[in-house]
Design a protein around this ligand. Structure first.
Ligand SMILES: Cc1cc2nc3c(=O)[nH]c(=O)nc-3n(C[C@H](O)[C@H](O)[C@H](O)COP(=O)(O)OP(=O)(O)OC[C@H]3O[C@@H](n4cnc5c(N)ncnc54)[C@H](O)[C@@H]3O)c2cc1C
Length: 403
């Protein structure tokens, strides 16, 4: 039987994270929108410790509560993440990304790291560096190299737009062992942030998420221990095995794309709530009970935006729930990322429009939310790339057949 209500345990997590966002993020949201390239906000450090302490221990994607019936449906790390991320991004998406806690690199280590790697790096703040000046959407085109030299790997190349790349403890870096072998030779490596071979080139000035650091990093004969490769260092010898190996690397995105979709849910919901407050002061109250014939154009617009948010939320929950229950969810992960990313952009900009000068002015957070929402439709795979992935699934075509 389908049940679309969140269970009590998740509602408790939702309420706790909401409190954190309301009291910890919102009061400093505008302050840190105006501070770019600073250190990690001091206010975030105790919050990060609280989150680490509250994080469910030993529960991974696909696992339910201890002692639970193994055949019962599970609400594991993915759904918990979705609910928490929506709440935190309702507070402030840039501040959430600046928390010295879980970065994208942590998701990769959790997905494919060894027990030792999880032990050593699991509780640190790990960024993820895939994008390069010549490789964005086409991540298989990366040119950063890794070569084996005795007991070490040696990395050379350049990465750009690495979230948390300046302030993190370690970076998970994608590099190729042999460019001629294409995707199959791409592996990821854990590079501690203080490694002398990895240098900070610059941090970007940005339209939104200003407090979150976005770094360009250079790797110059960067040496790391041999056991810092994530997963197997072997290059598969058959075409089918090579395809499978890169597919395994890409599977991290099946977990992280719904989390990014949840960022859009939080940002859009914040914008809608602020809009309703502003409009209520002007005498426009959307109570959802009037027929369309008796509603104003503004009320109808609000209903449409609320419905769009709810549709994106249901798709996101579904993709995360499938991951928790061990179901293949690549299509659903891309669908929810595409839907929520677009919804976040449309809802926040419409909210600015509905509130007129109050929407555009810095007196309220609406203009900031519109700026912050844009990137959610870009990183972790753009809107167009998500649509391409969905099309491949629906048409049964490979990435070579549909580019
Ligand atoms: C604030 C910020 C934080 C980021 N954080 C990280 C991070 O932590 N780690 C990391 O590795 N990267 C990160 N990125 C990079 C981000 O993932 C890339 O910007 C994104 O993947 C798009 O790549 P690109 O910018 O090179 O655009 P391109 O790939 O050059 O694409 C440009 C445009 O063409 C479209 N396009 C490309 N190919 C196709 C196609 N086949 N069909 C249709 N349309 C297509 C794209 O959708 C896009 O609209 C971040 C970026 C930003 C701005």
């Amino acid at each position: 039987m389908i049940n679309l209500e969140l269970p009590k345990a998740l509602r408790n997590i939702q309420a706790m994270t909401h409190q954190l966002a309301e009291q910890g993020f919102r009061p400093i949201s505008r302050k840190y929108d105006r501070i770019e390239h600073g250190d990690t906000p001091a206010e975030l450090k105790p919050l990060a410790q609280m989150i680490a302490a509250a994080r469910p221990r030993g529960r991974k994607a696909g696992e339910g509560a201890d002692g639970a019936d193994p055949d019962a449906v599970k609400n594991g790390a993915n759904l918990i993440g979705i609910v928490s991320v929506e709440e935190m991004c309702w507070g402030d998406v840039g501040l959430m990304l600046s928390l010295p806690a879980a970065g994208l690199g942590n998701a990769a280590i959790q997905a494919v790291g060894s027990a030792e790697q999880k032990q050593q790096y699991g509780k640190l703040y790990c960024a993820m560096a895939i994008t390069e000046p010549g490789a964005g959407s086409d991540s298989a085109a990366i040119t950063t190299t890794a070569r084996r030299d005795g007991d070490e790997w040696v990395l050379n190349g350049e990465k750009i737009y690495c979230t948390g790349g300046q302030r993190c403890d370690a970076v998970v870096v994608w590099a190729t062992l042999d460019k001629a072998l294409g995707k199959a030779a791409i592996k990821s490596f854990i590079v501690p942030r203080d490694n002398p071979g990895m240098s900070l080139v610059r941090v970007e000035d940005k339209m939104g998420l200003r407090i979150s650091d976005t770094a360009a990093l250079a790797f110059n004969e960067c040496r790391i221990p041999a056991d810092h490769v994530l997963g197997s260092a072997e290059i598969a010898d058959t075409e089918a095995a090579r395809k499978k190996a890169f597919g395994g690397v890409m599977q991290t995105f099946d977990n992280t794309r719904p989390q990014v979709a949840a960022m859009a849910l939080g940002v859009a919901r914040a914008a809608l709530e602020i809009t309703r407050e502003i409009l209520e002061k002007e005498g426009v109250k959307a109570d959802f009970s009037k027929s369309p014939y008796n509603s104003t154009a503004t009320e109808l617009e609000l209903y449409r935006l609320e419905a769009d948010l709810e549709a994106a939320r249901l798709m996101t929950y579904k993709a995360a729930w499938m991951a928790d229950n061990g179901q293949a969810n690549s299509k659903e992960a891309s669908m929810c990322k595409a839907k929520a990313g677009r919804m976040g952009n449309e809802v926040t900009l419409k909210c600015v429009a509905l509130c007129g000068e109050a929407g555009y002015s810095e007196r309220h957070l609406l203009e900031k939310l519109a700026r912050d929402s844009k990137i959610i439709d870009i990183f972790e795979g753009t809107q167009q790339i998500q649509q391409l992935i969905v099309a491949r699934h629906l048409l049964g075509l490979s990435s070579r057949e549909l580019k």
